[in-house]
Design a binder for this molecule. Structure first.
Ligand code: NI
Length: 134
C-alpha cells in the first residue's frame, strides 16, 4: 500500500498526549498511533451502523452448574450462523473460559452476547469488537 505524507497541526497538549500514547502502547511512531486511532474509529462506526463485523464473545462460567453448561451449548447451536469457531479452556476445577469467534451484523452479535449475559449464574461476558475489512 502506498504511503502518503501529510502535515498535522496539533495543540501542544494534544501532541504530548499523542506522544504519551505512542510510548505507552509502544507504537513504532506517531504515524502508527494515528493509523491505529483512525482504524479504531472506523471499527466503532461499523458497529454503530450495524454493518457486517467480526469479533469475539468471551465468557466465564462454572461448568459444575450443569444447567449453565447446557444453556451455553444451546445458545451456540441457536446462533451457529454467526459463530466461526469456539475455544473452551478449563481454567480450574470449576471455571471454564470460552472464546467464541463471531462474524455478522453488529446488532445480531450484540444480541448473541446478551443471550449469555441473561444466563443466571454466568460469571463474565464480554464482546470484543473488531471488523472484517479495515
Ligand atoms: Ni471446562
Amino acid at each position: 500500500m502506498t504511503l502518503k505524507r501529510f502535515g498535522v497541526s496539533l495543540e501542544q497538549d494534544l501532541l504530548s498526549d499523542l506522544d504519551r500514547l505512542v510510548e505507552r502502547e509502544r507504537f513504532p511512531s506517531r504515524s502508527g498511533a494515528i493509523a491505529y486511532l483512525v482504524r479504531k474509529n472506523m471499527v466503532e462506526a461499523k458497529w454503530e451502523n450495524d454493518e457486517e463485523v467480526a469479533g469475539a464473545v468471551v465468557i466465564v462460567y462454572d461448568h459444575t452448574n450443569l444447567e449453565m453448561h447446557k444453556e451455553v451449548n444451546a445458545i451456540q447451536h441457536n446462533y451457529h450462523c454467526l459463530i466461526l469457531s469456539g475455544q473452551h479452556i478449563h481454567l480450574d476445577d470449576h471455571n471454564c473460559l470460552e472464546v467464541i469467534a463471531v462474524r455478522g451484523k453488529a446488532y445480531k452479535l450484540r444480541k448473541l452476547s446478551s443471550k449469555f449475559k441473561a444466563l443466571r449464574g454466568i460469571k463474565h461476558v464480554d464482546l470484543v469488537t473488531s471488523a472484517t475489512n479495515i
